[in-house]
Design a protein around this ligand. Structure first.
Ligand SMILES: N=CN[C@@H](CCC(=O)O)C(=O)O
Ligand SMILES: [Zn+2]
Length: 413
């Protein structure tokens, strides 16, 4: 089965040679071909170029993209879309003046979601979560990472991870799983963190690794949650079982989580709203991708990751949604890209690099996703007619997507 996209106004993020990620000033360059064609064969990108060289052989399907652009689908490398219920009541509490921290200290927050999830059947959890996966695909996401972390017991963490596995087996986009048992301390372990960490290290990690339910290991390294020493303990256990770190650090305070991530060769360190100079230094010349989550900053009214300072220091940066019921009840990567430009002063080119190729790297998918490169999965966004690529983040509230193609097939409802 072959499909020809012809008369594409601009084909975006074209990389003849696959790159792992882009950093520093290279993020300003977004390679494109104007007036282009693209051929998809058997679900993969097979050919592309200038319309002057467009193949004349007939193909099963032809899409006339006159006035429209084509770009790789978004790569959302940080989500928590497997959850039960919602936390709308905490949203109202915050409107009335309570902080995220105050709500958590009253037993709300992550522990609230954990209670709901523990009472929800695996089937119901799958049904609720698949709605969110389908929603983000319609919004242009074509590869996603999903975390556990609302189970906080052996059975419920395994339940979450089995749901992630079922999503992965049931949907055509790449899905990566992260085990986040150390997301919050269950209340009955209060004052006894090491006992909960032992449960993670001695029971959860071995079971998860044996059942091959996760590629990555995560922890919320933050004041009031887990310390740097806790983080090292968990990452060490993950390492013994082949789980690669992708960790939550520097969301509210900088306590050395970035350095712990680098020490354990984390694939990514995520959040980074509070960054000291030494944290930026620690990330230089490493393979660890910093990941910013601007929708979380927006929703919680906390600082935005200092993207300008980080990119100007030569670092790469990826953008992701953090879709979860507490800090970011939104999985819209289009909004993330706009917000990165508007609030973090990233250029459209930088933001699109961060949301495609760098996002793919941050979940180990840089060989399959994130750019228009021959052999990669044909997961594509066909835009509505737009004048320039910058118009997409600029007109931030509008839907610029005409169609989303996964493995070359349109999925629009
Ligand atoms: N910060 C830790 N975890 C999630 C939020 C969890 C929640 O509030 O449910 C995050 O990335 O923002
Ligand atoms: Zn998160």
């Amino acid at each position: 089965m072959a499909t020809l996209f012809k008369n594409i106004k601009e084909l975006i993020q074209v990389r003849d040679e696959s790159v792992s990620f882009v950093a520093g000033t290279a993020m300003k360059t977004l390679p494109t071909i104007k007036n282009a064609y693209l051929v998809v064969e058997n679900g993969k990108i097979a050919d592309y170029g200038s319309m002057a060289d467009c193949p004349t052989t007939s193909m099963e399907e032809t899409v006339d993209a006159t006035g429209k652009m084509v770009l790789p689908t978004w790569c959302d490398s940080h989500t928590h879309i497997v959850y039960a219920g919602n936390r709308e009541s905490e949203f109202i509490d915050r409107i009335h003046g309570l902080s995220y921290e105050e709500i958590a200290n009253r037993g709300g927050g992550i522990l609230n979601s954990a209670r709901t999830l523990q009472e929800t059947s695996e089937e119901a959890l799958y049904e609720q979560s698949k709605v969110r996966l389908e929603e983000i695909m319609q919004l242009g996401t074509g590869a996603v990472e999903i975390k556990s972390g609302y189970g906080l017991t052996v059975n419920s963490e395994l339940k979450m991870l089995r749901v992630i596995k079922r999503l992965k087996d049931s949907y055509p986009i790449p899905v990566k799983a992260s085990f986040l048992g150390a997301h919050a301390l269950p209340s009955h372990y209060k004052g006894n963190t090491s006992k909960y960490l032992d449960l993670i290290v001695n029971e959860m990690v071995p079971k998860i690794a044996e059942a091959k339910l996760a590629e990555y290991i995560d922890i919320f390294c933050e004041t009031g949650y887990f310390t740097v020493a806790d983080t090292e303990k968990i990452l060490e256990a993950g390492k013994r079982y082949g789980l690669i770190p992708k960790i939550h650090v520097n969301q509210f305070t900088a306590i050395g989580g970035v350095q712990a991530g680098v020490k354990y060769h984390a694939l990514s360190v995520d959040h980074l709203e509070i960054m000291r100079d030494e944290d930026i230094e620690a990330l230089k010349n490493t393979n660890t991708m910093p990941v910013a989550l601007p929708s979380c900053s927006y929703f919680l009214s906390i600082p935005y990751t200092p993207a300008r300072k980080m990119i100007d220091a030569g670092l790469p940066l990826a953008l992701a949604t953090d879709y979860n019921p507490g800090s970011t009840p939104s999985g819209n990567m289009n909004f993330v890209v706009s917000t990165a430009c508007i609030k973090m002063k990233m250029t459209p080119e930088e933001a699109i690099n961060a949301a495609t190729i760098n996002g793919a790297y941050a979940m180990g998918l840089e060989k399959e996703a994130g750019s228009i490169t021959i052999g990669k999965q044909a997961n594509l966004i066909l835009t509505k007619p737009v004048n320039s690529i910058g118009f997409i983040p600029y007109a931030f509230g509008s839907n610029h997507i005409d169609s989303v193609y996964i493995k070359g097939k349109a999925i629009n409802q």
